[in-house]
Design a protein around this ligand. Structure first.
Ligand code: ATP
Length: 252
């Protein structure tokens, strides 16, 4: 669904990630794990072309969506981001009503019909398990919601655009344990319908959620993928000493 080939990322001429080849398959969850600073977030950022707005950042190598280079697969960055949504560590709802948070994204992509807007809003809020909690205060500010509710709203906002891929950068790590569990359950429920690439420092979470895992590590001062494969196989029988130490919690 979305893949990279020999992808490298640099900032101001310093390469921070080198030679990354990954393939997130349709409907699967791919977890990116590894210690701080090995380039996991940089990779996510490159996948929906946000790297382009970072001063001094450069991307080399190939990124493909459904087998086609992303520049050819999408007519514009806006179209790419419709198909490839992004969720950040800190929930970032717009400072406006719960309803407007969902509708604004849809309106930006040309949807004006009020009934359709209301219907999609209800559907996606139900999908993320938020409808019952907010249906009587849709016109209240999204900032009145708890952190966990805000994160589920942000996921609903992304899902409203019917993306095929959702990129998630540590989506649970800023939440309290109960909210984190709800968001994790939500990601679990997205399996099959969406391709998810999730950066997580929580190895137990990666093991619970992911079909595939890629282990990142800094070698010779540059981030690289040192091992990747099916989750259970990778955790049970890592091939490299470094991955074995990291996945067992003894390194990193
Ligand atoms: N905008 C930027 N300008 C310069 N250097 C950057 C920028 N963003 C990231 N870096 C550097 O790139 C390297 C990789 O950072 P990145 O955030 O991608 O790693 P990470 O594995 O996601 O780390 P973490 O798990 O802590 O989020 C780090 O050395 C970081 O300092």
């Amino acid at each position: 669904m979305i893949s990279t080939e020999n992808l490298s990322i640099s900032y101001h001429g310093r390469t921070v990630l080198r030679g990354v080849t990954i393939d997130a398959k349709p409907g699967q969850v791919l977890a990116l794990v590894g210690p701080s600073g090995c380039g996991k977030s940089s990779l996510l950022t490159a996948l929906n072309q946000m790297t382009e707005i970072i001063p001094g950042a450069g991307v080399q190598g190939k990124i493909a969506f459904d087998g086609r280079p992303i520049n050819q697969a999408f007519a514009s960055t806006a179209q790419l981001r419709q198909h490839v949504g992004m969720i950040f560590q800190k929930p970032n709802p717009f400072p406006m009503s719960i309803r407007r948070n969902i509708e604004l994204a849809l309106r930006e992509h040309g949807e004006r019909n009020r009934e359709i807007l209301a219907q999609i809003t209800e559907t996606v809020l139900k999908d993320v398990g938020l409808w019952d909690e907010v249906c009587d205060r849709l016109d209240h500010s999204a900032l009145e919601l708890s952190g966990g509710q805000q994160q589920r709203l942000c996921i609903a906002r992304a899902l409203a655009l019917k993306p095929q891929v959702v990129l998630m950068d540590e989506p649970c790590s800023a939440l309290d344990p109960i909210s984190a569990e709800r968001v994790e359950q939500l990601i679990q429920s997205m399996r099959g319908d969406y391709t998810v690439i999730i950066v997580t420092h929580n190895l137990a979470q990666a093991r619970r959620l992911a079909d595939q895992v890629a282990v990142f590590w800094v070698q010779d001062g540059v981030g690289q993928v040192i091992e990747q494969g099916e989750t259970e196989q990778l955790f049970a029988r890592p091939e490299t000493e470094i991955a074995r130490g990291y996945l067992s919690g003894q390194r990193g």
